[in-house]
Design a protein around this ligand. Structure first.
Ligand SMILES: [Ca+2]
Ligand SMILES: [Ca+2]
Length: 255
């Protein structure tokens, strides 16, 4: 016995198969076309710099860990780089990525928590300072740093009749060419003396020394400066920022 499918059914099956095949081919073509289209779009956005330009990458950056009792502001090569995000307590570690360029001039203003009129905190308490820093390039605080106090008090530790001494802070204290040659070297202190709080022990400060002036208690505003040399160093990158920050730092308008 011979069996056959009616002509209409055969046509329908054939038509369906053809439609399925066309759909498959067009999907495949679309899939192939997509990466090319995306690539073209990215190129249009200018992800690739003009030839000859080399941008720094995250691999060129280093980690900077800083801890101040109680507050600091840090400039590197004359540029504002980090500010302690918490003025007073809790004591915190500020950890930021920096793009190092050598020679590197580091300028830090550190402040103990002290009333400008009495030099004391919590009424009649004499608080102490302390500063420590470590960069992943091996830069650490030590007595090789320069240190100078600009606010001392209460003079003679006299808490009954407190007197203070302020010295004007030079406008250009953070600049690369500021002359600190007559400043004394910083004094190193032990960890026990400064008594840092928990966050200090969670960050890498290995090899760094606690520093301040020779008076950890009465000197309340201290500026530290240090220059890191790296002979023969050249940046791997050749791009420079075109950023004007005069409006962002109104107290620092360049003349
Ligand atoms: Ca103090
Ligand atoms: Ca303090």
């Amino acid at each position: 016995m011979k069996t056959y499918l009616p002509k209409t059914i055969v046509l329908k099956i054939f038509g369906f198969s053809m439609a399925f095949l066309t759909l498959t081919i067009s999907s495949f073509t679309l899939l192939l076309a997509q990466p090319e289209g995306k690539e073209k779009k990215d190129k249009g956005k200018g992800s690739r710099p003009p030839s000859g330009l080399i941008k720094p990458s995250m691999a060129d950056t280093i980690k900077a860990n800083v801890y101040a009792d109680n507050w600091f502001i840090m400039y590197i090569n004359g540029k504002l780089t980090a500010v302690d995000s918490i003025d007073f307590i809790p004591h915190n570690v500020v950890s930021v990525d920096i793009l190092p360029e050598y020679p590197m001039t580091i300028a830090v203003m550190a402040k103990d928590n002290a009333d400008p009129k009495t030099g004391m905190e919590y009424g009649t308490h004499i608080g102490d300072g302390g500063f420590i820093l470590k960069f992943a390039d091996g830069t650490v605080t030590s007595s090789k740093w320069k240190a100078k106090s600009f606010f001392k008090g209460p003079l003679g530790s006299d808490t009954k009749n407190p007197k203070v001494q302020h010295e004007p802070i030079p406008d250009d204290w953070f600049k690369i060419d500021f002359d600190d040659s007559k400043w004394k070297n910083a004094t190193e202190y032990t960890e026990e003396r400064v008594n840092p709080k928990e966050p200090f022990f969670k960050a890498d400060f290995k090899g760094a020394k606690w520093i301040w002036t020779e008076d950890l208690d009465l000197d309340n505003t201290v500026i530290f400066r240090h220059r890191v040399e790296k002979e023969g160093w050249k940046p791997r990158w050749n791009t420079k920022p075109n950023i004007d920050i005069t409006g962002a730092l109104p107290w620092r308008n360049e003349k």
